[in-house]
Design a protein around this ligand. Structure first.
Ligand code: PXL
Length: 276
């Protein structure tokens, strides 16, 4: 029997505009040469500027998709994105635990355009049920603030928050700082087994890009790399380089609309991983 082609899974919401969610995840899986399955939790009617409607699928439909995938595919790594409600969070956590799924949890709470993608009450379900069984957690700054119940203002706050999350939930952390761009670099803070690292790329210069879907893309790229057997350092660097490359390679869809798109060549050069 030859080497197996890796199967990965995303459990997330659909973005009709194709920028984030399931669509970004599957596009990313393809770019990294892994086979992508998808469990859809909610259908959103959205474009890069607004989320106009959200319909959350029934628990039964989410559960059936998940069981169906896990009954047939040897999923090497899975990522979660928009989970919408406590019931879905709890159901995903229970089934993931039963199947010993290796999980990256992107704790999607609010869209870049400001719409709620997770019920307020579901945050505690995530903390109690999902974070403790995750291998990696990939919050952005607003999400990390909700997880840690405090404002994160300066770089040291980010490092402390990543370490606190690691200590509390025993999962590694990528705290994405795209929301705090202040220089010519985007520096994410990593907590791996208690040690703090920084992961930096240049700020991508893209005119008119709403930069919507970067978080989904990063966690999907990480899942793909882990599923392919790369170590955590290479996986992180390639995932970050892929987001940077996708932003730089944004495609022009109209005079005013640009969307990120996978680069033809995932150049690692601009990304630096350093231990603090
Ligand atoms: O980027 C977070 C995100 C995740 N999933 C879905 C989304 C968004 C942001 O809009 O729509 C479905």
């Amino acid at each position: 029997m030859g080497k197996l082609f890796p199967s990965v899974l995303t459990i997330a919401g659909s973005d009709s505009g194709g920028g984030a969610g399931i669509q970004a995840d599957l596009r990313t899986f393809n770019a990294f040469n892994v086979y992508g399955c998808s469990v859809i939790t909610a259908v959103t009617a959205q474009n890069p500027y607004e989320v106009r409607k959200v319909e959350v699928l029934t628990l039964d439909t989410v559960k059936s998709q998940l069981e169906c995938v896990l009954d047939a595919f040897p999923i090497r790594f899975a990522k979660t994105g928009m989970l919408a409600k406590s019931e879905i969070v709890e159901c995903v956590a229970e089934i993931a635990q039963k199947h010993d799924l290796k999980l990256i949890v992107d704790p999607v709470m609010v869209s870049t355009s400001g719409s709620r993608l997770l019920e307020k009450s579901a945050i505690s379900a995530m903390k109690e049920k999902l974070f403790p069984i995750a291998r990696w957690l990939t919050p952005n700054i607003p999400e990390a603030e909700l997880i840690c119940n405090r404002k994160l203002a300066v770089f040291d706050d980010l490092a402390d928050a990543a370490a606190d999350i690691y200590r509390q939930y025993k999962c590694n952390v990528v705290l994405k700082s795209g929301h705090a761009i202040s220089s010519n670099k985007v520096t994410d803070v990593i907590c791996y087994k208690g040690d703090i690292f920084t992961l930096s790329s240049p700020v991508a210069e893209v005119c008119g890009n709403t930069a919507h879907g970067t978080g989904c893309t990063l966690s999907a790229a990480l899942a793909a790399n882990f599923a392919s057997g790369k170590n955590w350092q290479e996986s992180l660097k390639e995932a970050k380089a892929f987001v940077y490359g996708s932003l730089c390679g944004s495609v022009k869809l109209s005079d005013t609309l640009f969307q990120m798109y996978p680069p033809e060549n995932n150049n690692l050069n601009p990304v630096i991983l350093e231990k603090l």
